[in-house]
Design a protein around this ligand. Structure first.
Ligand code: ARG
Length: 457
């Protein structure tokens, strides 16, 4: 098929080569950014006298028409075009004749595609930030509701110390606040304009790159034209930040899956966010959480694909870079879906406080508090730790728990013991007295909730 770029070659490429080379089936989603970028470019060419103002206006109107026609469905993408940039230019030239051919003055598809991608990702980043904020809000609301609900806290997945469900949930809110920060930071380096870098070396025309950047709401320009067309760091950063976010969601999913199992029964997922089994009528499967956990690997894969595509590339543009898009689009689409589903899943999740409490009551989760109480009576921590350990061993041997061990038995191990010890090892006391900043007491968790709310603004 004869090409717009037929120059030294006759442009008659083999059909298979066309199919292999073409990216329109996935880069067509950049149409809006491509057209907006071209409008800014036409305006700059006009303002600089590289084309006449009249021509600039004609181009801008023509581009606006294409945008409207695409959005109304009057115009469809031509999948025989090589990419979205060629498609828009071809339609424009078809509609405007020779004036259309002037649009590509002082630019290249190399700076054009970099610009389109930056504009697209900046917008997507904002959208994803909005979804993460919704999720942080949902998690914080749940935490508020369960700020006094006692559950076992784990290390090594062994019962460790009592905490509240609200405290546990707020840990995820904190992680996601950092995710928000990472995305906002990435966006700063995304909104930098490569347009005007042209193919790689800049241009002989008297262009005004800052004018174009300002028109597009970008905050700066790429300062080196080779870097401008070669740089995909902004996308690598975004996919890294999204991978970290997914890692958080995956850990959260893993816990939701555990908690909703028959073995734990700490939480109940709403029917809207669970599935049944085609054979086992009793099943209520946490598929949403499992899929988020599964899709995390997929997003990591997208990041790896992008990094690997870029790692061996000499400067400046190489066609390998066309491979960036599918990975990037897959990552943002996947994360978007995961976040949407997660918000609903968290909003409709309910805790089963009795089961959480029951699980916290066994497993000597208050052994640290027992040791701490002895320390408060004047014993050094290591000695107190040893006595608490011996008492736990005694309970185990006698199939009882610390709460039920008679005072006389306590006193066999230390004459410091009084009946006050029972209050100290009561789970409610254990939680209520962990008043350190960031700790599990209701007041500490309330402070965490207030902090997150303040950060959300
Ligand atoms: N479709 C190409 C891409 O996505 C656009 C840039 C092509 N530039 C070139 N000189 N062939 O990377």
């Amino acid at each position: 098929m004869a090409k717009m770029w037929a120059g030294v070659t006759d442009g008659n490429t083999a059909q298979i080569a066309d199919d292999f080379n073409s990216s329109i089936r996935f880069d067509c989603r950049l149409y809006k950014q491509d057209i907006t970028g071209s409008m800014a470019h036409a305006a700059m060419l006009g303002a600089q006298g590289i084309i006449t103002q009249q021509e600039a206006e004609t181009l801008i109107d023509g581009l606006q028409g294409i945008l409207e026609d695409l959005e109304s469905g009057k115009l469809q993408f031509d999948m025989t075009c090589e990419d979205i940039h060629m498609f828009v230019e071809q339609v424009l030239t078809g509609r405007l004749g020779d004036v259309g051919k002037k649009l590509h003055t002082a630019r290249s598809r190399n700076d054009q595609v970099a610009l389109d991608l930056r504009l697209y990702l900046a917008q997507k980043t904002d959208f994803l930030i909005g979804l993460i904020r919704e999720l942080v809000q949902a998690v914080t609301d749940k935490a508020e509701a369960y700020k006094a609900t006692i559950m076992p806290g784990y290390t090594h997945l062994q019962r460790a110390q009592p905490i509240t469900f609200g405290h546990h949930l707020m840990a995820y809110a904190m992680m996601m606040l950092r995710d928000l920060e990472r995305l906002a930071d990435t966006k700063k380096r995304t909104l930098i304009s490569p347009i005007g870098c042209c193919a790689l070396a800049g241009t002989t025309y008297h262009t005004d790159r800052r004018f174009e950047a300002a028109q597009l709401g970008m905050t700066d320009i790429c300062r080196n034209s080779l870097d401008g067309v070669s740089d995909r760091d902004f996308a690598v950063e975004l996919l890294s930040a999204l991978s970290i976010l997914m890692m958080h969601l995956s850990r959260f999913s893993e816990e939701i899956i555990l908690w909703s199992s028959w073995e734990f029964q700490f939480v109940q997922l709403s029917d809207g966010y669970t599935t049944g089994s085609s054979i086992m009528p009793q099943k209520k499967n946490p598929d949403m959480a499992e899929l988020v956990r599964g899709k995390t690997g997929r997003v990591y894969g997208d990041l790896m694909a992008l990094l690997t595509t870029l790692k061996g590339l000499p400067l400046a543009y190489n066609k390998d870079m066309q491979e960036d898009k599918e990975a990037i689009f897959d990552a943002v689409d996947t994360v978007e879906m995961c976040l949407k589903v997660f918000v609903g899943m968290v909003e409709t999740l309910t805790a089963i406080p009795e089961n959480m409490k029951k699980a916290a009551q066994k497993g000597f989760i208050n052994a640290t508090d027992l040791a701490d109480w002895l320390v408060k009576q004047g014993l050094p921590f290591r000695s107190a730790y040893k006595i608490a350990g011996q008492l736990v061993a005694r309970c185990m041997a006698e199939h009882t728990v610390l709460e039920e061990l008679p005072l006389a038995v306590y006193q066999e191990y230390s004459d410091l013991f009084t009946k006050e010890v029972y209050h100290a090892i009561d789970l409610t006391t254990c939680v209520a007295t962990r008043i350190s900043e960031g700790g599990t007491s209701v007041a500490s968790v309330e402070a965490q909730i207030a902090y997150v709310k303040e950060q959300l603004g």
